[in-house]
Design a protein around this ligand. Sequence first.
Ligand code: ADP
Ligand code: MG
Length: 230
Amino acid sequence: MLKVKNLIKRYQNGNEILYALNSVSLMIEDGDFVVILGPSGSGKSTLLNAISGLEQPDSGSITYDDYEICGLNQRELTKFRRDKTAYIFQAYYLLPFLNVESNIRMGADLNGNKNITEIIENIGLHGLEKRLPHELSGGQQQRVSIARALAKKPDILFCDEPTGALDEETSKQILTYLKHLQKQLQFTIVMVTHNTSIAQIATKVIKMTSGKIAEEIINDNPRNIKEITW
Ligand code: ADP
Ligand code: MG
Protein backbone atom coordinates (compact mmCIF):
# COMPACT_ATOMS: atom_id res chain seq x y z
CA MET A 1 0.00 0.00 0.00
CA LEU A 2 1.17 3.50 -0.85
CA LYS A 3 0.24 6.23 1.65
CA VAL A 4 0.79 9.86 0.78
CA LYS A 5 0.41 12.59 3.40
CA ASN A 6 0.49 16.37 3.08
CA LEU A 7 2.75 16.38 0.07
CA ILE A 8 4.09 19.79 -0.91
CA LYS A 9 6.18 20.69 -3.93
CA ARG A 10 6.93 24.35 -4.72
CA TYR A 11 8.58 25.99 -7.68
CA GLN A 12 9.98 29.49 -7.75
CA ASN A 13 8.29 31.25 -10.63
CA GLY A 14 9.90 34.70 -10.95
CA ASN A 15 8.98 36.45 -7.73
CA GLU A 16 6.14 34.09 -7.00
CA ILE A 17 6.08 30.68 -5.44
CA LEU A 18 4.00 28.17 -7.33
CA TYR A 19 2.57 25.24 -5.40
CA ALA A 20 2.67 22.34 -7.88
CA LEU A 21 1.49 20.14 -4.99
CA ASN A 22 -0.36 21.90 -2.21
CA SER A 23 -0.79 19.40 0.62
CA VAL A 24 -1.86 16.29 -1.24
CA SER A 25 -2.88 13.17 0.69
CA LEU A 26 -4.09 9.90 -0.76
CA MET A 27 -3.96 6.17 -0.41
CA ILE A 28 -3.35 3.53 -3.05
CA GLU A 29 -4.12 -0.10 -2.32
CA ASP A 30 -2.30 -3.04 -3.87
CA GLY A 31 -3.97 -4.05 -7.11
CA ASP A 32 -5.68 -0.69 -7.60
CA PHE A 33 -6.01 0.91 -11.01
CA VAL A 34 -5.73 4.57 -10.10
CA VAL A 35 -6.38 7.27 -12.68
CA ILE A 36 -5.20 10.80 -11.95
CA LEU A 37 -7.19 13.34 -13.95
CA GLY A 38 -6.95 17.10 -14.24
CA PRO A 39 -6.25 19.97 -16.59
CA SER A 40 -2.79 20.75 -17.86
CA GLY A 41 -0.64 22.27 -15.12
CA SER A 42 -2.76 20.92 -12.26
CA GLY A 43 0.16 18.92 -10.82
CA LYS A 44 -0.53 15.41 -12.16
CA SER A 45 2.99 14.70 -13.36
CA THR A 46 4.52 16.29 -10.28
CA LEU A 47 2.40 14.00 -8.10
CA LEU A 48 3.31 10.92 -10.14
CA ASN A 49 7.02 11.78 -10.08
CA ALA A 50 6.93 12.33 -6.32
CA ILE A 51 5.10 9.14 -5.39
CA SER A 52 7.24 7.06 -7.72
CA GLY A 53 10.48 8.36 -6.22
CA LEU A 54 11.61 10.19 -9.35
CA GLU A 55 11.53 13.60 -7.67
CA GLN A 56 11.75 14.61 -4.04
CA PRO A 57 8.89 16.72 -2.68
CA ASP A 58 9.65 19.67 -0.38
CA SER A 59 7.73 18.16 2.50
CA GLY A 60 5.21 15.51 3.40
CA SER A 61 5.40 11.79 3.72
CA ILE A 62 5.17 8.89 1.28
CA THR A 63 5.21 5.41 2.72
CA TYR A 64 5.27 2.22 0.75
CA ASP A 65 4.31 -0.71 3.00
CA ASP A 66 5.49 1.32 6.03
CA TYR A 67 8.78 2.20 4.34
CA GLU A 68 9.29 5.98 4.23
CA ILE A 69 10.40 7.19 0.82
CA CYS A 70 10.69 10.92 1.52
CA GLY A 71 14.16 11.76 2.70
CA LEU A 72 15.87 8.71 1.24
CA ASN A 73 19.27 9.41 -0.30
CA GLN A 74 19.82 8.93 -4.04
CA ARG A 75 21.21 5.42 -3.65
CA GLU A 76 18.26 4.25 -1.54
CA LEU A 77 15.80 5.93 -3.89
CA THR A 78 17.38 4.21 -6.88
CA LYS A 79 17.04 0.88 -5.11
CA PHE A 80 13.38 1.55 -4.31
CA ARG A 81 12.67 2.46 -7.93
CA ARG A 82 14.57 -0.54 -9.27
CA ASP A 83 12.96 -3.10 -6.95
CA LYS A 84 9.39 -1.84 -6.77
CA THR A 85 8.47 0.47 -9.62
CA ALA A 86 8.32 0.75 -13.38
CA TYR A 87 7.30 3.59 -15.69
CA ILE A 88 5.80 4.22 -19.05
CA PHE A 89 5.54 7.64 -20.64
CA GLN A 90 3.78 9.22 -23.59
CA ALA A 91 7.10 9.30 -25.46
CA TYR A 92 8.16 5.68 -25.47
CA TYR A 93 11.87 6.28 -24.74
CA LEU A 94 13.02 3.11 -26.46
CA LEU A 95 16.69 2.81 -27.34
CA PRO A 96 16.73 3.39 -31.11
CA PHE A 97 19.62 1.06 -31.98
CA LEU A 98 18.36 -1.91 -29.98
CA ASN A 99 15.75 -4.28 -31.36
CA VAL A 100 12.46 -5.08 -29.61
CA GLU A 101 13.85 -8.04 -27.71
CA SER A 102 16.94 -6.16 -26.48
CA ASN A 103 14.89 -3.17 -25.38
CA ILE A 104 12.65 -5.46 -23.33
CA ARG A 105 15.62 -7.36 -21.96
CA MET A 106 16.99 -4.13 -20.51
CA GLY A 107 14.03 -4.00 -18.16
CA ALA A 108 14.26 -7.68 -17.32
CA ASP A 109 17.98 -7.48 -16.52
CA LEU A 110 17.28 -4.88 -13.85
CA ASN A 111 15.71 -7.52 -11.68
CA GLY A 112 17.47 -10.60 -12.97
CA ASN A 113 14.39 -11.86 -14.78
CA LYS A 114 15.57 -14.30 -17.44
CA ASN A 115 12.25 -15.09 -19.03
CA ILE A 116 10.90 -12.43 -21.35
CA THR A 117 9.27 -14.79 -23.84
CA GLU A 118 6.02 -14.88 -21.94
CA ILE A 119 5.65 -11.12 -21.68
CA ILE A 120 6.44 -10.77 -25.41
CA GLU A 121 3.66 -13.29 -26.16
CA ASN A 122 1.19 -11.70 -23.79
CA ILE A 123 1.58 -8.21 -25.13
CA GLY A 124 1.26 -9.34 -28.72
CA LEU A 125 4.80 -8.66 -29.89
CA HIS A 126 5.62 -12.20 -30.96
CA GLY A 127 7.23 -12.14 -34.42
CA LEU A 128 8.48 -8.56 -34.02
CA GLU A 129 11.43 -9.38 -31.73
CA LYS A 130 14.15 -8.45 -34.22
CA ARG A 131 12.63 -5.16 -35.39
CA LEU A 132 14.09 -1.81 -34.49
CA PRO A 133 11.83 0.82 -32.87
CA HIS A 134 11.57 2.90 -36.08
CA GLU A 135 10.18 -0.17 -37.86
CA LEU A 136 7.18 -0.22 -35.50
CA SER A 137 3.95 1.75 -35.27
CA GLY A 138 3.33 4.03 -32.28
CA GLY A 139 1.10 1.45 -30.64
CA GLN A 140 3.70 -1.27 -31.10
CA GLN A 141 6.41 0.97 -29.65
CA GLN A 142 4.27 1.65 -26.61
CA ARG A 143 3.74 -2.09 -26.21
CA VAL A 144 7.52 -2.56 -26.20
CA SER A 145 7.84 0.11 -23.51
CA ILE A 146 5.15 -1.62 -21.43
CA ALA A 147 6.84 -5.00 -21.87
CA ARG A 148 10.17 -3.47 -20.85
CA ALA A 149 8.52 -1.95 -17.76
CA LEU A 150 6.76 -5.18 -16.76
CA ALA A 151 9.72 -7.46 -17.51
CA LYS A 152 11.28 -6.25 -14.29
CA LYS A 153 8.20 -7.40 -12.35
CA PRO A 154 7.31 -4.15 -10.60
CA ASP A 155 4.86 -3.84 -7.72
CA ILE A 156 3.60 -0.57 -9.13
CA LEU A 157 3.47 0.61 -12.72
CA PHE A 158 3.41 4.39 -13.09
CA CYS A 159 2.11 5.74 -16.40
CA ASP A 160 2.17 9.36 -17.54
CA GLU A 161 -0.25 9.88 -20.45
CA PRO A 162 0.61 6.45 -21.92
CA THR A 163 -1.92 6.77 -24.72
CA GLY A 164 -1.46 10.50 -25.25
CA ALA A 165 0.12 10.04 -28.68
CA LEU A 166 -2.15 7.23 -29.88
CA ASP A 167 -5.48 7.10 -31.69
CA GLU A 168 -8.60 5.74 -29.96
CA GLU A 169 -8.41 2.24 -31.40
CA THR A 170 -4.72 1.79 -30.53
CA SER A 171 -5.21 3.37 -27.09
CA LYS A 172 -7.92 0.85 -26.30
CA GLN A 173 -5.69 -1.97 -27.40
CA ILE A 174 -2.92 -0.73 -25.11
CA LEU A 175 -5.33 -0.38 -22.17
CA THR A 176 -6.70 -3.85 -22.84
CA TYR A 177 -3.20 -5.32 -22.66
CA LEU A 178 -2.47 -3.39 -19.47
CA LYS A 179 -5.65 -4.63 -17.80
CA HIS A 180 -5.00 -8.20 -18.94
CA LEU A 181 -1.43 -8.12 -17.67
CA GLN A 182 -2.50 -6.54 -14.38
CA LYS A 183 -4.88 -9.41 -13.78
CA GLN A 184 -2.24 -11.95 -14.63
CA LEU A 185 0.78 -10.44 -12.87
CA GLN A 186 -1.01 -8.61 -10.02
CA PHE A 187 0.56 -5.19 -9.91
CA THR A 188 -0.81 -1.74 -9.11
CA ILE A 189 -1.36 0.85 -11.84
CA VAL A 190 -1.20 4.59 -11.29
CA MET A 191 -2.00 6.41 -14.51
CA VAL A 192 -2.01 10.11 -15.29
CA THR A 193 -4.24 11.11 -18.17
CA HIS A 194 -6.42 13.99 -19.27
CA ASN A 195 -8.74 11.60 -21.06
CA THR A 196 -11.79 11.47 -18.78
CA SER A 197 -13.12 8.35 -20.56
CA ILE A 198 -10.22 6.29 -19.26
CA ALA A 199 -11.37 7.04 -15.71
CA GLN A 200 -14.30 4.68 -16.26
CA ILE A 201 -12.05 1.63 -16.21
CA ALA A 202 -10.25 2.67 -13.01
CA THR A 203 -10.91 1.43 -9.48
CA LYS A 204 -10.06 4.87 -8.08
CA VAL A 205 -10.15 8.28 -9.73
CA ILE A 206 -8.30 11.29 -8.37
CA LYS A 207 -9.20 14.67 -9.82
CA MET A 208 -6.62 17.41 -9.43
CA THR A 209 -6.90 21.18 -9.73
CA SER A 210 -4.18 23.71 -8.90
CA GLY A 211 -1.99 21.30 -6.99
CA LYS A 212 -4.80 19.92 -4.85
CA ILE A 213 -7.06 16.90 -4.95
CA ALA A 214 -10.47 18.29 -5.84
CA GLU A 215 -12.29 14.97 -5.77
CA GLU A 216 -11.60 11.32 -5.11
CA ILE A 217 -13.95 8.68 -6.46
CA ILE A 218 -13.96 4.99 -5.65
CA ASN A 219 -15.31 3.00 -8.54
CA ASP A 220 -16.76 -0.31 -7.40
CA ASN A 221 -17.76 -1.32 -10.91
CA PRO A 222 -15.01 -0.40 -13.34
CA ARG A 223 -16.25 -0.68 -16.91
CA ASN A 224 -14.84 -2.82 -19.62
CA ILE A 225 -12.62 -1.02 -22.14
CA LYS A 226 -14.81 -2.24 -25.00
CA GLU A 227 -17.81 -0.39 -23.50
CA ILE A 228 -16.27 3.07 -23.45
CA THR A 229 -15.86 5.62 -26.22
CA TRP A 230 -14.04 8.91 -26.47
P1 ADP B 1 0.38 18.44 -15.25
O1 ADP B 1 1.15 17.17 -15.36
O2 ADP B 1 -0.93 18.29 -14.55
O3 ADP B 1 0.18 19.10 -16.58
P2 ADP B 1 2.71 19.39 -13.84
O4 ADP B 1 2.77 18.52 -12.64
O5 ADP B 1 3.65 19.10 -14.94
O6 ADP B 1 1.22 19.47 -14.37
O7 ADP B 1 2.98 20.89 -13.37
C1 ADP B 1 2.29 21.51 -12.29
C2 ADP B 1 2.73 22.96 -12.18
O8 ADP B 1 4.10 23.01 -11.78
C3 ADP B 1 2.67 23.72 -13.51
O9 ADP B 1 2.25 25.03 -13.26
C4 ADP B 1 4.09 23.67 -14.01
O10 ADP B 1 4.35 24.80 -14.81
C5 ADP B 1 4.89 23.71 -12.73
N1 ADP B 1 6.16 23.00 -12.87
C6 ADP B 1 6.33 21.67 -13.08
N2 ADP B 1 7.63 21.34 -13.14
C7 ADP B 1 8.32 22.50 -12.97
C8 ADP B 1 9.71 22.84 -12.91
N3 ADP B 1 10.67 21.90 -13.05
N4 ADP B 1 10.04 24.14 -12.72
C9 ADP B 1 9.09 25.09 -12.56
N5 ADP B 1 7.77 24.85 -12.58
C10 ADP B 1 7.38 23.58 -12.78
MG1 MG C 1 1.92 16.18 -17.08
